[in-house]
Design a protein around this ligand. Sequence first.
Ligand code: MTE
Ligand code: MO
Length: 318
Amino acid sequence: MLIKHHDSSLIKESQVTDPALYLERRRFLRVSAGLITAAAVADLLNPVEAYAAAATLTYRPAKPLDPPDELTPYKDVTTYNNYYEFGTDKEDPAEYARDFKTAPWSIEVGGECGKPGTYHLEDFIKPYALEERIYRLRCVEAWSMVIPWVGIPLHRIIKHFEPGSRAKYVEFTTLYDPRQMPGQRRAVLDWPYVEGLRMDEAMHPLTLFAVGLYGKTLPNQDGAPIRLVVPWKYGFKSIKAIVKVRFVENQPLNTWQKAAPDEYGFYANVNPHVDHPRWSQAKERRIGDFFKRPTQMFNGYADQVASLYTGMDLHKYF
Ligand SMILES: Nc1nc2c(c(=O)[nH]1)N[C@H]1C(S)=C(S)[C@@H](COP(=O)(O)O)O[C@H]1N2
Ligand SMILES: [Mo]
C-alpha cells in the first residue's frame, strides 16, 4: 500500500508563482478581512466560473484579522486540496468532485444524546445564524492557507442534541460512496474517513461546522455540503462531507492515526516543537509565498486554546 500523503516534498513547481504575478496578487490581497465586498471578492477570485455558480449565503461578516493577514485566493483554496476520497494529488479533488451530489443530504446523530435521529441538512442547520470566520489552516504537510469560512459554531449544534454525561468525545464520519468517490475504490485509507474531538474541544468557541467559504456555499472539493474546521489543529482533523455525528464515551480512532499511529495522533494540535517523524514542523509555507514562515504554537490560537491541554505532555499526546 502506498501512502504518499503528508509528504511535504509534494509541493509542485507550479506553486512557485512567477514574480510578476506574485506582486500583482499581493496587491489584490491587501483587503482587510472585515471588508469583503463583492468587488474585492471578484478581484481575489479572478475568473473562476465555479464561484459564480455557487449560491450566495447570508451571514454575519468576520471582524478584521488581528494581526492582519492576507486571504488565500479562492483559486488556491479550491484547486490545492487534500481530499483522498477524490484522489491523492492536490489537483484531483477539484477535478473529480465536480459532479459530487450534495443534495439531498442527511446527517445521522447518535450515541449518548437526548435527540438521536437522522436529519435533513436543511433542518440540521436551520436553527442557526451563519457567521464568517477567517482562520489559518495549517496542514500537517507544512503548508498553510488563510480561509474565510462561513458556518455555525459547533457548540450551538451540540447543545441542541443534548449530549449526556457519558458523552466524552464526538466522532464524525464522512460519506462512504465509492460510486461517487473514486478514491474510495482503492484501499489508500480505511474508508470511511473518521475524525474525533474531545467534548471540550468540540464545544470550544473556535470550532466550526462550515457550510461555505468566500461568502458562498462550499465547493465540493472543500467538503460540501458540511465539514468541520478546527483551526488550532492540523488540517486532517477538519473532516469533510460529514454524514454522521456520534457522542461517545471512548476516544475515537481517527483515520490517520489508524493508518500510521507513529506519525499521526488523536490530538494533532499544531506544534512547531513536535516534529513529524519524517519532517520538521517548525516552519510552514503559506500557499502563494515563496519563503517559509515559522509555525506558531496551536497555529497562533494558543491564548484561546492552550488551557484545554494544561498538564498534558504534548510530545506524548501528539
Ligand atoms: N473526508 C476527508 N476529510 C479531509 C481530508 C480527506 O482526505 N478526507 N483531508 C484533510 C486534510 S489532510 C486537510 S489539510 C484538509 C484540507 O482542506 P481543504 O482542501 O479544504 O483546504 O481537509 C481534511 N479533511
Ligand atoms: Mo492535511
